[in-house]
Design a protein around this ligand. Structure first.
Ligand code: GZL
Length: 356
C-alpha cells in the first residue's frame, strides 16, 4: 500500500475501496536520519569461474531479539518458514532481549566455518562494532533486518527494515485526525515508548515529535507523560495506570507497538474511561491483536510495520554471496495504516487476508 500524503488519513482510507496490507520493499531513495551511504556492499566478488551460489549453499546464523511481541513472533516465523521453503540451513539464536547475548552469538557465528551469512535483528543501535569488524575479517556476509544500527555502512551488506521515522509521522497525523474530537487546547498525549535504545523506538519517537506540532500536541516528555513499556502489555498497563493517577487530563496515547496500546487500553477501562471516546489510542505494527482493538473501536489507528521480511533478506544475502553490489545500503519496507473509522466489516475483511 502506497505511503499517503498528509491529507487526513481517515478520509483517505475511507475513500479507498479495499485496503491491501500487502507490504513490499521498494529500492531505497530517501532514507531517514540514520541512512547509510550507498557505498558498495562489502561482499567480495567471486572469481569469474566460480559457479553461482544458490540457497543450498547458504548457511545463516540468525540473531533474533527475543519473543517480546506478536510482531516478533511473525518475524521469526517468516525466517524459519522461508528457510525451509528455500532449502537454506538456518542456525537460529534467540537472544532473550539481552544485547550481551546477541554479541556473544554474533562472535560464535563469526567463528563457525559453516556460517557464510549472518542476519541481525538488533536490540540496540550500538554495541556491535567489534563483532562487525570480526565478521568482515572472516569474510561473512552481514545483513541487518528489522532495525537499523549506528554503524559504518561498509560493515554490513544492506539493511532491510521499516522507515520508523515515517511511521512516527503517520502516527502523529493519525493522532491529529483523532484529536479533532477535542478542543484545540485539549490535545495532551501520553507516550508509552518501546525498549530504550531500540531504533524502532528512537525513530518512532523522533517522527512523532516532528509532526505533533501540526495540531498543537505538547511534547509528552514535557508533560511528564513519557515512559517505556518495553514492548509489552503488563508493563504498559502499569505505565498508563500511573499516568492516569497523575492526571486525567489526557486525550491521547501514542503507544510504540500494539501490545503497549492494548496495555494502555486495559488501564483506561479500569480507570472508568472509554478508549476511543475519552482517550484516543494510536498503536504500531498492525498485528491481529491490533486489528481486534481497531474493530472494537478501542484503538483509533494502527500504523503498519511489516515483519514478513525473510524472502527479501535471503534474496539480498544470496546476491551478496554472488558478489552483486547493486543493492542500496537500505531497502525500506512499504507500509500503510489502518483506522477504526474504516468500520468493522472493512477491517474484518482486511484482517482475513493478513498472515499475522
Ligand atoms: C519493528 C520492531 C518492533 C515492533 C515491536 O520493526 O522492531 O519490535 O514494533 C517489536 O512489536 O518488539
Amino acid at each position: 500500500m502506497q505511503k499517503t500524503g498528509f491529507l487526513p488519513r481517515i478520509a483517505m482510507a475511507l475513500a479507498m475501496t479495499a485496503l491491501v496490507g500487502a507490504c513490499s520493499s521498494g529500492a531505497t531513495t530517501a532514507p531517514s536520519a540514520a541512512a547509510p551511504s550507498a557505498a558498495a556492499p562489502s561482499a567480495a566478488a567471486p572469481s569469474a569461474a566460480a559457479a553461482a551460489k544458490t540457497f543450498a549453499d547458504m548457511t545463516v546464523g540468525f540473531i533474533q531479539t527475543g519473543s517480546e511481541s506478536g510482531w516478533r513472533a511473525a518475524n521469526t516465523a517468516s525466517f524459519k518458514e522461508t528457510a525451509t521453503q528455500k532449502g537454506i540451513t538456518l542456525k537460529f539464536y534467540d537472544a532473550q532481549n539481552k544485547l550481551e547475548n546477541q554479541v556473544s552469538a554474533f562472535h560464535q557465528f563469526n567463528q563457525d566455518p559453516s556460517v557464510n551469512v549472518i542476519i541481525l535483528a538488533a536490540l540496540d543501535v550500538t554495541g556491535y562494532d567489534d563483532v562487525l569488524k570480526e565478521a568482515k575479517a572472516a569474510g561473512k556476509v552481514v545483513v541487518l533486518e528489522d532495525r537499523r544500527i549506528d554503524a559504518d555502512p561498509s560493515m554490513y551488506y544492506t539493511y532491510i527494515g521499516s522507515d520508523f521515522i515515517n511511521e512516527g509521522h503517520e502516527g502523529a497525523a493519525a493522532m491529529c485526525d483523532l484529536l479533532k474530537a477535542f478542543p484545540a487546547d485539549k490535545h495532551n498525549v501520553a507516550e508509552i515508548s518501546g525498549a530504550v535504545g531500540a531504533s524502532a523506538a528512537i525513530d518512532r519517537a523522533k517522527g512523532f515529535r516532528e509532526k505533533m506540532g501540526d495540531c498543537g500536541i505538547p511534547d509528552p516528555t514535557s508533560l511528564g507523560l513519557s515512559q517505556t513499556g518495553n514492548w509489552g502489555v503488563p508493563e504498559s498497563k502499569a505505565v498508563m495506570e500511573a499516568f492516569l493517577k497523575k492526571t486525567k487530563n489526557i486525550q491521547g496515547v501514542f503507544a510504540h507497538n500494539d501490545e503497549e496500546a492494548i496495555g494502555a487500553i486495559q488501564a483506561i477501562k479500569e480507570a472508568g474511561l472509554v478508549p476511543g471516546k475519552d482517550i484516543m489510542v494510536v498503536g504500531f505494527d498492525a498485528t491481529a491483536d491490533g486489528f481486534k482493538s481497531l474493530i472494537s473501536g478501542e484503538m483509533g489507528a494502527d500504523i503498519e510495520c511489516n515483519p514478513l521480511l525473510a524472502p527479501q533478506v535471503y534474496d539480498a544475502a544470496l546476491k551478496a554471496l554472488n558478489g552483486d553490489t547493486s543493492l542500496p545500503k537500505w531497502v525500506p519496507s512499504q507500509e500503510g495504516a489502518f483506522f477504526a473509522a474504516q468500520g468493522k466489516d472493512a477491517l474484518q475483511a482486511i484482517l482475513a487476508t493478513r498472515k499475522y
